[in-house]
Design a protein around this ligand. Structure first.
Ligand SMILES: [Cu+2]
Length: 472
């Protein structure tokens, strides 16, 4: 028997040399396959301005891993060959993959053992800015350097002079320029997470966006930090947001972005200053380390003297639209953390205190009164949805901390924060939940399987703020 895939492969092979009938050409285009090989392993890399070499874990020896640029509708095959001394997996953050390809150890697959390989394969249904990283001990593996960008290009992109990716992260270095290996401390789990002491842009300190006067730049910002929330602002420039988490939003200007771990923003910058000038991109968050990078105007003639007038509205993806009138209401209550009420849920079936949860289980947070060890083999889904169910999810944050909450396999519309309707009802896969707040989102649970729902401050996830939703 000839499978459809083999048939299309041979149809694709025919394309070299022979003229294909239009139907065959279209078929091979729509199922074009891109293959990647990713090998996570230890590596020593030089950081600008840092003496000596720095120890990383990296995909194919670079931090970030290679940027995967694909087109919407393309099939992607990724062979992961584990060169680490520990188990790993890869999660395709924001990509609506089939459950078995989601890369969550114990939940969607067995962990990839050292020296073993695993093949991922999925079709890019949505265009947008996504990223990939391990879901195994992510509080350690991600900050060690295992992360990379995944860009799915639109069929009809907007007009810009250049399309750039900045992966933001931080790193904790000692005086010799080595990574401090203090991962997994309960003090970090129960507070704001483990913060680095240097900001990295695409793996190096001090991002540089070199531009020519008049250029219009699309900048895809990805927060790959394990715990740091960035609030980037650009001196002398306005940022027009065109997408959040890869999904189109009505273009709107902002002075400051609010980018929690896991979150993305596509912004457009019209660079209308004079050649030879420089502008700082600063982090305005209260835990900021200062400058993230700079826009540097090259010498030379301006590309144009007035900003481009063309539309910044992205075509958008076909996401299932939740109907609020027919939606079922579901609730998640968040409790815990070292600062705040000594609350919480259940320990061994009885109401317990945070102190007890920490001492007995090494956990610091609960969702709906239950805390989970990272990817435990035995676990109960937090919520159950019927396949196709329209869901309105009420998230009630009773903690004193901010949490970027991430749902796998789906996008949701953000309806309201503290009862106040959002301006754009934007689609997201990760939403920032401010301290002591409520956030309302809605989505259609159309992707069958058991999906992670967790805080993307990876230390919080490891401290119990992770659970699953079952769609069946
Ligand atoms: Cu959190």
């Amino acid at each position: 028997m000839f499978s459809r895939r083999e048939f299309l492969k041979s149809a694709g092979a025919l394309a070299t040399g022979a003229t294909l009938p239009a139907w065959a050409a279209a078929a091979s285009r729509s199922t074009a396959t891109k293959s990647y090989a990713l090998r996570p392993a230890e590596v020593e890399l030089a950081l600008a301005g840092v003496a000596g070499k720095t120890n990383f874990w990296a995909f194919n020896g670079t931090v970030p891993g290679q940027t995967m640029r694909i087109r919407r509708g393309e099939r992607v095959q990724i062979q992961v060959d584990n060169g680490l001394g520990v188990d790993t997996t890869i999660h395709w953050h924001g990509v609506r993959v089939p459950n078995a390809m989601d890369g969550v150890p114990q939940v969607t697959q067995a962990p990839i053992k050292p020296n073993i390989h695993f093949d991922y394969e999925w079709v890019a249904r949505d265009s947008g800015t996504f990223w990939y990283h391990p879901h195994q001990s992510s509080f350690e593996q991600v900050p060690r350097g295992l992360y990379g960008a995944l860009i799915v290009e639109e069929d009809k992109p907007i007009t810009v002079d250049r399309d750039e990716v900045w992966m933001l992260a931080d790193i904790k270095l000692d005086e010799e320029g080595r990574q401090v290996e203090d991962f997994g401390r309960i003090l970090d789990f129960g507070n704001e997470g483990r913060l680095g002491n240097h900001v990295l842009v695409n793996g190096q300190p001090g991002g540089r966006l070199t531009v020519r006067s008049g250029e219009r730049i699309r900048l895809r910002l990805i927060n790959a930090a394990s715990a740091r929330v960035f609030k980037p602002a650009i001196a002398g420039h306005s940022m027009t947001v065109i997408a959040y988490d890869g999904q189109a939003v009505e273009p709107h200007a902002v002075e400051v972005l609010d980018l929690g771990p896991g979150m993305r923003a596509d912004i457009v910058i019209d660079c209308m200053h004079a050649a030879g000038t420089t502008f700082a991109i600063v982090d305005r968050h209260r835990r900021s380390l200062g400058e993230i990078g700079r826009i540097v105007y090259q010498d030379g003639k301006a590309v144009r003297n007035k900003p481009l007038k063309s539309s910044l509205l992205l075509p958008g993806n076909r996401l299932p639209e939740p109907n609020i009138d027919m939606a079922t209401d579901h609730y998640i209550v968040f409790q815990g953390g070292m600062r705040g009420a000594p609350i919480i849920g259940t320990i061994d079936g009885k109401p317990g205190k945070i102190q007890e949860l920490m001492e007995k289980h090494g956990l610091t947070w609960t969702m709906n009164f239950s805390a989970q060890h990272e990817h435990a083999l035995m676990h109960e889904p937090l919520l159950h949805f019927r396949k196709g169910e329209h869901v309105r999810l009420h998230m009630i944050n009773e903690t004193e901390y901010t949490h970027p909450m991430h749902l796998h396999g789906h996008f949701f519309r953000v309806l309201a924060v503290d009862g106040k309707a959002t301006r754009f009802r934007e689609w997201r896969d990760t939403v920032l939940m401010p301290p002591r707040s409520s956030v309302e989102v809605a989505f259609v649970a159309d992707n069958p399987g058991e999906w992670m729902y967790h805080c993307h401050i990876l230390d919080h996830a490891a401290g119990g703020m992770m659970g699953t939703f079952l769609v069946e």
